[in-house]
Each structure stands twice: as structure tokens, then as C-alpha cells.
Design a protein around this ligand. Structure first.
Ligand code: LLP
Length: 420
């Protein structure tokens, strides 16, 4: 559930009229609802309130500092995948003892930063990474708390490009090598084994793949304990899907929680979760303006001022985002359109063959469910400035990322000043 609704046919973000906001801020821009962010993290945490659980929000979904600070105030931890995300999480006030570090390619500098910050857990994804972490921790005279991310070889996820738990994916340690790697880890002086980690994919719309993978992980924990390993934690990653307005409706967090409690109850472990999309996805939308209506030979196009550099999900994953007018006209006639941006690529589209009410240039539209992997995956392609992010709280709003000037966009570039 979110807080974007029509009032007398005008779309509101909480108590803010989006048309008025668009006039003030200028399109395109993202708008996030604080009440929705708080609601989502509470729904997720409450589902596990009767267990020992750490909810480590996956920063990559929406890393804006203001968003992180809201989630920190609700007690969330963070799942980070780079030194940059680690710095953001700490900056926003997330305690290091609630931060887990995932990712297949952690560099020496990143491991040093995380060890110095004394984070809760490294999710290690390969034998060479484990070796490196042991050496770096040794040099710093630290002990690295580790979970090994295992690859359960389970197919899951809303699209091929967001599936991570199959054996052909780059993620995790092959299932068949896991026990041997744990045995090696136990001998390493500066590694302390804490748990098992897995993350099988994103936008997962049914419980079956979770159940298969989590049962496998439970079996592994039993085997590891027989081998003499102390396993105190089980990190189940993120991946729970959200409704995008088309396709299947994913399970409610309560059903996901029930399954997990059933599978993990006998294990006596602390559970760690890394939800991203579920928290931020439906807490944000992208407001765009219709620039031209173009009648092509084969199709009709709505050319809008948002583009693939602002929201790349349709181009990259054929993702569906609902599009609705900011001012609704119940009598408007519908037609079938491709909604496209101004970027010079055929893949620059927001929607294809979508039934939408006829609109006039200058009117605003909202691209829904854009709070996760929207702004965080945006770029300045075509030298289009990163777009503002606006946070709404009741009848107040705040610009939490402003539009850069041309000078700011090019500030890191220089005409050559040759050095010999
Ligand atoms: N933990 C790990 C280790 C991950 O790799 C991810 C997402 C998450 C947690 C959070 O997953 P979530 O709960 O958000 O599904 N850009 C794509 C999604 C990529 C997900 C990458 N990893 C998209 O826009 O659909």
C-alpha cells in the first residue's frame, strides 16, 4: 500500500498536489512518500517481530541519504555493496553493527574501510575473496565476521537479468564446494565464521523458489554444524517482489515470514534480511511532462521529458510500470501509445503499446512504482542532468537531491593540461 491517490481527479503524494509540485520543481523528477517508506519497513519488520531478526535495507534500491535516514530511524540496518554505499549508510546514521557487506568483487580498500568501521558481517562470495579478507584483516589486526554466500542453484526472479541463484550466475560459492570452504575458513586466523548467506534473485513473485532455497540452506547449516562449525546467523537476502500493476501479485510479507519461520524454527539462528524493492519500490513515482504527441506510420508516440537515463528498467528488463495522468479526466478517450523519451536510442521507452487516455502536450503523467532502482540506476547519458528527488511528508515537501547545473555536470572534466 502506498500514499499516492487521486483527490477530485488530481493525483496527490500524501497531502501534496503533484501538479502544483511539478510547477514548482520542474519535470522530470522523482517523488517519494515518507509515510510509505515507514509503512513498508514496519510491515516487513513486524512480520519478523517475534524472531531474532535484523532487517538490513538493501541500499542499492534507493540510496538517497534522506531515505536512508528515515529507514535508520525505524531501526533498519543496511546491506551495502561498495565503499560508497557503506559511507552513505554510516553518514545517514545506520549503526555499523547493523551493516552487512555483500558483492562478488570487494576490493582491498573496501575491505579495509569495512573492517575499520567494524561492520556486522562480510558476505563472502568466493575462495579468493575469503583469502584476501583474512590477509587484510590480519594486516589491520582485526577479526572479520563472515557469512559465506552459497549458490543454491535455484531459478527465481522477475527477469533473467535479475536472477542470481542459479549455478551459471556469478554469485555465491558453488553448492558442492561450500562445506570445504567453511572448513578452510575455520582455520583462518582472522576470519570468524558467523553464518550462511544466500540471495536468489529479485522481483520474486511466488514463494516456491524461496522455500526450495531456504530448505537447502537449512540442510547446509545442519551439515556444517556436524562438521563442527558454529553457525549463529542465516542471511536470506532480499528479493520479495512488489505489485507493478501487471503480472502476478507477489506474496504478502506475512506469508513470506510464515514460510521462513517454519523452515528456520529448528535452527536457532539469527535471521538477516536484505529487502530493497519491497521497501522503496512503491514509495516513489516519477513525474514527467508530455512534450509531443507523434503519429508514426505504425504507432502513436507520447514523447515525454523523462527517458531511459532517468528510469532504465523498461529498457533493461522489459519492466512494466503503470503510467497514470496527474490530472484525471474520466471522460477522456483511450488510445494505444508507445511512451518514449528524448534519448537517441530505440530502447528509450517507458511503455510499449499501452492504453492511455488522450492527453495534450504540457500535461503531467506519473510513472508508478519507481522508488526502487529508478534514481539509483540513473545516468547523465545524452548530457541530461540527474533529476531531482523530492520527499513528501504530509503537506510538506523537501528537495532531497537537486538538479545539477551544467557546470556541476562537467566539473570533473578538463581540457587537457598536458604533463610530461
Ligand atoms: N541482497 C543482495 C545481495 C542483492 O544483490 C540484492 C539485489 C538485494 C539484496 C535486494 O533485492 P530486492 O529486495 O530489492 O529484490 N536493478 C534491478 C534489480 C537488481 C537487484 C540486484 N540485487 C531491477 O530494477 O529490477
Amino acid at each position: 500500500m502506498h500514499h499516492f491517490d487521486y483527490r477530485q481527479d488530481r493525483l496527490y503524494a500524501e497531502d501534496i498536489d503533484i501538479s502544483a509540485l511539478a510547477e514548482k520543481v520542474g519535470t522530470p523528477f522523482y517523488v517519494y512518500s515518507e509515510a510509505t517508506l515507514r509503512r513498508h519497513i514496519k510491515v516487513f519488520s513486524t512480520a519478523f517481530a517475534d524472531t531474532d531478526a535484523l532487517v538490513a535495507y538493501s541500499v542499492k534500491a534507493n540510496p538517497n541519504l534522506a531515505v536512508l535516514r528515515i529507514l535508520a530511524s525505524e531501526g533498519a540496518g543496511a546491506d551495502v555493496v561498495s565503499a560508497g554505499e557503506l559511507t552513505r549508510a554510516l553518514h545517514a546514521g545506520i549503526a555499523p553493527e547493523k551493516i552487512v557487506f555483500s558483492g562478488v568483487g570487494k576490493t582491498t580498500e573496501e575491505m579495509e574501510a569495512a573492517l575499520n568501521a567494524e561492520i556486522y558481517q562480510f558476505n563472502v562470495e568466493s575462495a579468493p575473496e575469503l583469502e584476501a579478507l583474512n590477509n587484510i584483516a590480519g594486516d589491520l589486526d582485526k577479526i572479520a565476521p563472515v557469512a559465506i554466500r552459497v549458490n543454491p542453484d535455484v531459478a527465481a526472479g522477475g527477469h533473467d537479468k535479475i536472477s542470481t541463484g542459479r549455478k551459471e550466475d556469478k554469485f555465491g560459492v558453488p553448492w558442492t564446494n561450500a562445506r570445504a570452504l567453511y572448513a578452510r575458513a575455520r582455520e583462518m586466523q582472522n576470519i570468524r565464521i558467523k553464518g550462511v548467506d544466500l540471495h536468489i534473485g529479485s522481483q520474486i513473485a511466488d514463494l516456491a523458489p524461496f522455500e526450495t532455497a531456504f530448505e537447502k540452506a537449512a540442510g547446509l547449516i545442519k551439515d556444517l554444524r556436524e562438521d563442527g562449525c558454529t553457525i549463529e546467523r542465516l542471511d536470506l537476502g532480499g528479493g520479495l517482489g512488489i505489485p507493478y500493476g501487471a503480472g502476478t501479485i507477489p506474496p504478502h510479507p506475512n506469508d513470506y515470514a510464515e514460510l521462513i519461520k517454519r523452515v528456520t524454527a529448528p535452527l536457532d539462528v539469527q535471521l538477516i534480511f536484505e529487502p530493497g524493492r519491497m521497501i522503496a519500490g512503491n514509495a516513489g513515482l516519477l513525474v514527467t511532462k508530455l512534450v509531443y504527441v507523434k503519429e508514426g506510420e505504425a504507432r502513436k508516440f507520447l514523447i515525454v521529458d523523462a527517458a531511459m537515463n532517468d528510469l532504465i528498467r523498461p529498457a533493461l528488463y522489459d519492466a512494466h510500470h503503470d503510467i497514470i495522468p496527474v490530472k484525471r479526466d474520466m471522460d477522456a478517450v483511450n488510445a494505444r501509445y508507445d511512451v518514449v523519451g528524448p534519448v537517441c536510442e530505440s530502447s528509450d521507452y517507458i511503455a510499449k503499446a499501452r492504453n492511455l487516455p488522450e492527453m495534450a502536450p504540457g500535461e503531467y503523467m506519473a510513472i508508478m512504482s519507481a522508488g526502487a532502482y529508478g534514481a539509483s540506476q540513473s545516468s547523465q547519458y545524452n548530457t541530461r542532468p540527474l533529476i531531482p528527488e523530492v520527499l513528501v511528508n504530509g503537506d510538506k515537501h523537501a528537495i532531497i537531491r537537486r538538479r545539477p547545473t551544467f557546470d556541476e555536470m562537467t566539473a570533473l572534466e578538463h581540457y587537457p593540461d598536458w604533463i610530461d
